[in-house]
Design a protein around this ligand. Structure first.
Ligand SMILES: O=C(O)c1ccccc1NCC(=O)[C@H](O)[C@H](O)COP(=O)(O)O
Length: 269
């Protein structure tokens, strides 16, 4: 069977983690995590924003496997400030280099420039990466159910909790959602993008939302482009969003963020 993009990412990530562990032993990373600035509440900020209007996790994303280079003029602290000025609730910062041209330093720099809680957007397989995320200042980690076993997901989630961080549990189909619901995290991200084919459809959120148990906070992720998209998701009770490309393509990121959030649809929460 041919390798999927997630297989390829996993293969190089495991090599990267091994190299990182050799260069920076866990004890060193844990010491840095303990010395990191205090955690900013991520899920709580999103919840509050979604009650008043929309919760927005605005993503700092230079490139992607599906689109190649997205934004040439790429200054993470400036983009973080632009998102904050536009009304974003939280930031997501890609720290993966081979596929997204991200960097760990981007997370540190973006977070230091603003007061917003930050997600380390990466492919997590090892609790070493969770400690590293905290050392970089992350307030939340991503757990992609398509790329980890149930045991790995539980271990990553427990490590995030131990470090005081939140975990966004990402799913793309019903079996992944059922596995995610066994975890404790209240934050469920429904990714509208199939990470193997790159096909993006808001139908993914429309279909999965009804299977999410009461009390979980849903974040619709990927392929959201306009106030109309957000209003459509709000019709399904989803008021929190993770958006990268459509904002990253705008010359004025503050104005684009402000325009996206200007007139939230009211109604279902
Ligand atoms: O964005 C991709 O092409 C991609 C490919 C393979 C794995 C993950 C990928 N993206 C990660 C994300 O989930 C998105 O960056 C995020 O949800 C924002 O999506 P968008 O608003 O469509 O940039």
């Amino acid at each position: 069977m041919s390798q999927t993009i997630l297989d390829r990412i996993k293969a190089y990530k495991l090599e990267e983690i091994a190299a990182d562990k050799a260069a920076h032993p866990l004890s060193e990373v844990e010491a840095a995590a303990k010395a990191a600035p205090p955690v900013r509440p991520f899920a709580a900020a999103l919840h509050r924003a979604a009650q008043r209007g929309y919760g927005l996790i605005a993503e700092i994303k230079k490139a992607s496997p599906s689109k190649g280079l997205i934004r040439e003029d790429f200054d993470p602290p400036a983009l973080a400030r632009a998102y904050e000025a536009g009304g974003a609730t939280c930031l997501s910062v890609l720290t993966d280099t081979p596929s997204f041209q991200g960097a760990k330093a981007y997370l540190e720099a973006a977070r230091a420039a603003v007061g917003l809680p930050c997600l380390r957007k990466d492919f997590m397989y090892d609790t070493y990466q969770v400690a590293e995320a905290r050392a970089l200042g992350a307030d939340c980690i991503l757990i992609i159910m398509a790329s980890v076993s149930d045991a790995q997901a539980a271990e990553l989630e427990a490590a995030a909790t131990e470090w005081g961080m939140d975990a966004l549990i990402e799913v793309h189909d019903a079996p992944e959602l059922d596995r995610a619901c066994v975890l404790k995290s209240g934050l469920i991200g429904i990714n509208n993008r199939n990470l193997n084919t790159f096909e993006t459809s808001l139908d993914t959120t429309r279909q999965l939302v009804r299977r999410v148990p009461e009390g979980r906070q849903i974040v619709s992720e990927s392929g959201l482009n306009s106030p109309e998209d957000l209003a459509e998701m709000a019709r399904y009770g989803v008021r929190s969003f993770l958006i990268g490309e459509s904002l990253m393509r705008q010359p004025d990121v503050t104005a684009a963020t402000r325009a996206l959030l200007a007139n939230p649809a009211m109604g279902a929460h």
